[in-house]
Design a protein around this ligand. Structure first.
Ligand code: GLN
Length: 194
């Protein structure tokens, strides 16, 4: 698949390289985003897995917080994986004191939801809109505890949503970028191409 779109990858923290590689393989233009000017000209944004508390702080420090929030409000498609899902959530449980998110996704997300015993695990996951199961890698992952009316649940694990879509926003608790399976990214590019 080729496309003329340029997708930004939030690059202040997290597994940026894996997303850049995946998007490159899918034939879109990719740009790492560390400053507000780098958001200009992006038709979509990926927020990687990593550590959401650090992401929020760095986004404030580098003055990316408000520009990203504004672009989300303006309708830019965004795909968040794991910590990226947390960054998109309107409400979080188990957050650090005062932890901020970009928001936009009408969900309540619980950080580190799967507990210590199953800190990290892998699972074949049925995802709505994707033909065969996806091999999903969960690493200290969040799950979705509550969804608003406009949110579509695409996949569940442990009886909780782990992949959701609301309009131009897509989020997964797992890391499609680390398993070399481009199908979730393709679903995201469908949002970018309208
Ligand atoms: N537990 C991390 C957080 O709260 C997310 C983990 C991940 O992105 N793999 O930000």
């Amino acid at each position: 698949m080729t496309s003329s779109a340029t997708i930004g990858v939030f690059a202040l923290q997290g597994d940026v390289r894996e997303h850049v590689r995946m998007l490159g393989e899918l034939g879109v233009g990719v740009r790492t985003v560390r400053r507000p000017s780098e958001l200009d000209g992006c038709q979509g944004l990926v927020i990687p897995g990593g550590e959401s508390t650090t992401m929020a702080k760095l986004a404030r420090t580098f003055e990316l917080f408000d520009p990203i929030r504004q672009r989300i409000e303006d309708g830019m498609p965004v795909f968040g994986t794991c910590a990226g899902m947390i960054m998109l959530a309107d409400r979080i449980l188990g957050g650090a004191e005062g932890q901020e998110t970009f928001g936009g996704l009408d969900v309540t997300v619980r950080r580190n939801a799967f507990g210590r015993q199953v800190d990290s695990f892998e699972k074949e996951l049925v995802v709505a809109g994707i033909d065969d199961p996806v091999h999903a890698v969960f690493i200290r992952a969040p799950w979705v505890e509550e969804v608003g009316a406009g949110v579509e649940v695409l996949a569940e694990a442990a009886d909780h949503p782990v992949a959701v879509r609301q309009g131009h926003l897509l989020a997964t608790s797992f890391h499609p970028e680390v398993e070399g399976d481009g199908r979730l990214h393709r679903l995201f590019l469908d949002l970018v191409h309208g």
